[in-house]
Design a protein around this ligand. Structure first.
Ligand code: NAD
Length: 298
C-alpha cells in the first residue's frame, strides 16, 4: 500500500496534487527548487481548504490534518528519500523532465513508482531516461486538481501491468475517476480537445463568426461549461500552441497544425488569462468577460 508520496514542482498543478493526496490521508513531501514557490503553494492549499470548510465539505479538523500531512523541501534528495510514489509536476519542458527523471531514478527507493503529470511529453521517452521504465507512468490530473474528477492514466510502452493497477486503485482512493489510455501524442484529453480549440480559432480567423458567437454556440449547444476560446485563454495560448505542435509532429498529419492566428497571438505575447489578454481581456478584480478590443469590429 502506497502511503508516502512526493510531488515535484509546487506550481499550479503541484499544489493541487499535494492538496488531494494530503486530504486523502497520504504523507506528502512537496518539492520545488524555489522556496518562495513552496511557501506560495502552502498558502494556496490552505486557502483552497478554507474554501472547502466554508462550503461545508470539510471540517476544520480535516483541514488541519490535511495541512499536517504536507511538508516542503527544496532539496530533491531529501524530499524523495522515502517515497513510494513520486508525481512529477514540474515545468513542461522535455529536457528538464528527462533530467529530473534521471535524478529521481538515481535517488528514489528502488520500489518507488515514478509518475508524471505531463500534458504532452511522451511517457515512453521519459521512462527510457530511467533504469526502471516498467515503473514509469503518466498520471495526468486536470486543473483545478481538487475540483476536477478525472485522472488520465497513461501507460508507457514498457509500463508494468501491476503498476497501472496500483495507480488506478490509488486514483480511486483520491476520490477521482481514472481512465487508462496508451502513450501516443496528446494521449486522449488533448488529442480530442486541442483540434476543437484550433477549429474554433480557425472559424474566428476565417470570419465565420465572432468570439462570443463561437463560445455561446459551444456552451449552449453542446452543454460545455466554457466556450473553446475562453478555455484556450484559461489553459494559456502558448500551451495550446505547443500541444498542437506535439500532435502535428508526432502524428504527422497537417490537420493538427496550429492556426496562424494562434501562432501570431503567441508570438506577440497575447497568451490569455496569464498575460491579461487573449481572445478576452482580463482586468484584475473584474469577473466580467470582455472580448479583446482587437476582435471588436469597428
Ligand atoms: P507551473 O509553471 O505552474 O509550475 C511548475 C513548477 O515546477 C514551478 O514551481 C517551478 O519552480 C518547478 N520546477 C521547475 N524545475 C524544477 C525542478 N528541477 N525541480 C523541482 N521543481 C521544479 O506549471 P504547471 O501549470 O503546474 O504545470 C506542471 C505540469 O503539469 C506540466 O507538465 C504541465 O504540462 C502539466 N499540466 C498542467 C495543466 C495546467 O492546466 N496548468 C494541466 C494538466 C497538466
Amino acid at each position: 500500500m502506497i502511503q508516502k508520496v512526493a510531488v515535484i514542482g509546487a506550481g499550479t498543478m503541484g499544489n493541487g496534487i499535494a492538496h488531494v493526496f494530503a486530504q486523502s490521508g497520504f504523507t506528502v513531501n512537496l518539492v520545488d527548487i524555489y522556496t518562495a514557490q513552496l511557501e506560495k503553494a502552502l498558502h494556496a492549499i490552505a486557502k483552497n481548504l478554507d474554501r472547502q470548510v466554508a462550503k461545508g465539505t470539510l471540517t476544520e479538523a480535516q483541514k488541519k490534518a490535511s495541512l499536517d500531512n504536507i511538508s516542503i523541501h527544496s532539496d530533491i534528495a531529501a524530499g524523495i528519500k522515502e517515497a513510494e510514489l513520486i508525481v512529477e509536476a514540474a515545468t513542461e519542458n522535455e529536457v528538464l523532465k528527462l533530467k529530473i527523471f534521471r535524478e529521481l531514478d538515481e535517488k528514489a527507493p528502488e520500489h518507488c513508482i515514478l509518475a508524471t503529470n505531463t500534458s504532452s511529453i511522451s511517457i515512453t521517452k521519459i521512462a527510457a531516461a530511467t533504469n526502471r521504465a516498467g515503473k514509469v507512468i503518466g498520471m495526468h490530473f486536470m486543473n483545478p486538481v481538487p475540483v476536477m474528477k478525472l485522472v488520465e492514466i497513461i501507460n508507457g510502452y514498457a509500463t508494468e501491468k501491476n503498476v497501472t493497477e496500483k495507480i488506478v486503485s490509488l486514483s480511486k482512493q483520491l476520490n477521482k475517476v481514472p481512465c487508462v489510455v496508451n502513450d501516443y501524442p496528446g494521449f486522449i484529453a488533448n488529442r480530442v480537445l486541442m483540434p476543437m480549440i484550433n477549429e474554433a480559432i480557425y472559424s474566428l480567423h476565417e470570419g465565420v463568426a465572432g468570439i462570443e458567437e463561437i463560445d455561446t454556440i459551444m456552451k449552449l449547444g453542446m452543454a460545455h461549461p466554457m466556450g473553446p476560446l475562453q478555455l484556450a485563454d484559461f489553459i494559456g495560448l502558448d500551451v495550446c500552441h505547443s500541444i498542437l505542435n506535439v500532435l502535428y509532429t508526432g502524428l504527422g498529419n497537417p490537420k493538427y497544425a496550429p492556426c496562424p492566428l494562434l501562432s501570431n497571438m503567441v508570438t506577440a505575447g497575447y497568451l490569455g488569462v496569464k498575460s491579461g489578454e487573449g481572445f478576452y481581456k482580463y482586468v484584475s478584480g473584474s469577473k466580467e468577460l470582455m472580448v479583446s478590443e482587437r476582435f471588436v469590429k469597428k
